[in-house]
Design a protein around this ligand. Structure first.
Ligand code: SF4
Length: 453
């Protein structure tokens, strides 16, 4: 924010000289609005229709565009990246250095907001990454460095990067970790070879129990991929596996829930056979589907809470009968998340009310008070169900249409229709452009260090 203010002040006069000038809040907002990518809500009005949805947006100043366009860094090698972050004295949750290998992901999972709004893929050169990793380790003293991208093992020059990074990290006795793995034996093999890479538990996310539903969400993972990954994990010495699934996905049926039970049993068998008859510890984690803005599933509603509760209870019994643990994400929290994820600016009042009534640290179950949130919605005269559960139509104005992320609406509609028909869409890194619109819209291209493998 400070750099944006600096930019606003510098664009208004001589660089540096005016930085100390005091501007009124109004003047500052006016100047900030002139910077591409900055959204000042009070400079737009929203009109609502009779059913409570958004009817239109109006820019209140003639110089403003009808919507706000996000900014995009075409080449991450030139972009700022913090290599000397503040290191807290207290133990932090993620106590490691972060190395952003690339930005964007075009695998095209249809529920994933990050996979849509950060397109196209822009990889950093290995030399930039090695330099940044060295600086992070030198300046922070962290003993672990994490490759944080949406699917880090999709980096096109992994064969060039990892050995060099591994050598550098071995010298400084730094481990390399990966926040998520693709569901395949290749990824497991790579993770095992990383310095400090083999830990007790490995996490894989097939997301859905049947191939039909995995095609609906465009997950691009098969049962064979999962079973091979489990066998590879055993061969690499892992003794516990966590599997992630989502409940309440669009078009889900009872057969899809039963499919999760089947898949878990098959994975257990694959693990036991790879361990010479010894059992592998499995833990199953399931969240509830939350429709997100700017994704092909933005028009889908979340299932009613009662139905989600029944689905999770059914799955818990199914999974526990096979001897695996089952954990599910709190349904009320997911409901609240869905209400906010597809909300409009009227929810600002709900947030303020909730804060006023004492809601704090709601992500921690011991602090989460659903009643307070319901009271806050009531006080604002709004219904959370309206935002979370309503199925939206293609022709209605969406509250987030005011923000242009560069993805064509037609592409999202096409992807939604393909989802309902169970048709997968390929990753544009591996073949031709799938026409999401972001590259022509920004005049950029995906930046891969190496052509697709
Ligand atoms: S415009 Fe084409 S190449 Fe660019 S991100 Fe979208 S699908 Fe990929």
């Amino acid at each position: 924010m400070l750099s944006v203010i600096r930019q606003a002040k510098e664009s208004a006069g001589a660089p540096g000289a005016r930085l100390r000038a005091r501007w009124s809040r109004r003047r500052l907002l006016e100047k900030l609005a002139g910077i591409p990518g900055v959204y000042i809500p009070s400079f737009y009005s929203v009109e609502y229709n009779k059913n409570g949805g958004v009817q239109s947006f109006t820019a209140l100043r003639p110089e403003l565009q009808s919507c706000v366009r996000r900014r995009l860094a075409p080449d991450l090698n030139d972009a700022f990246f913090p290599t000397a972050p503040v290191v807290p004295l207290a133990e932090a949750v993620h106590e490691r250095g972060m190395l952003e290998v690339f930005r964007g992901c075009t695998r095209g999972c249809r529920f994933c907001q990050a996979g849509m709004i950060y397109r196209p893929v822009r990889e950093r050169d290995p030399r930039t990454l090695l330099r940044q990793a060295r600086e992070i380790i030198d300046k922070t003293g962290y003993e672990d460095i994490s490759l944080v991208s949406l699917s880090s093992l999709d980096y096109s020059d992994l064969d060039g990067l990892l050995p060099a990074l591994g050598d550098q990290c071995t010298l400084s006795r730094t481990g390399i970790s990966l926040p998520s793995l693709r569901v395949d034996s290749f990824s497991v093999g790579v993770a095992q070879k990383l310095p400090g890479g083999r830990r007790t538990s490995l996490t894989l996310a097939p997301e859905a129990g049947t191939q039909r539903l995995r095609d609906v969400i465009n997950k691009g993972v098969t049962e064979a991929d999962l079973l091979e990954a489990v066998a590879a994990a055993v061969a690499a010495g892992w003794s516990a596996i966590k599997l992630y699934f989502m409940v309440g996905l669009p078009t889900e049926t009872q057969a899809d829930l039963e499919g999760i039970g089947d898949l878990v049993r098959k994975a257990q068998r694959a693990g036991r056979s790879a361990r010479g008859g010894k059992k592998l510890r499995f833990s199953i984690s399931a969240s509830s589907f939350v429709p997100k803005a700017h994704t092909p599933f933005q028009w889908e509603g979340q299932l009613p809470r009662q139905q989600l509760t029944e689905s999770h209870a059914f799955l818990r019994d199914l999974v526990k009968s096979s001897g695996a643990d089952y954990h599910w994400h709190d349904i009320k929290t997911s409901f609240l998340e869905a209400s906010l994820a597809r909300g409009d600016r009227r929810l600002a009042e709900v947030l303020f009310e909730a804060w006023r009534r004492g809601c704090r640290f709601d992500g921690w179950t011991e602090h989460f008070n659903f009643d307070l949130w319901q009271d806050s919605f009531r006080a604002a005269g709004l219904d959370p169900e309206f935002y979370a559960g309503r199925r939206l139509s293609y022709d209605e104005v969406l509250p987030w249409d005011l923000i242009d992320v560069g993805i064509d609406r037609e592409f999202l509609v096409r992807e939604h229709r393909r989802a309902l028909a169970g048709v997968a869409t390929a990753d544009c890194r591996l073949g031709s452009c799938e026409g999401c619109g972001v590259c022509p819209s920004f005049g950029v291209e995906p930046r891969l260090v190496k052509a697709s493998r």
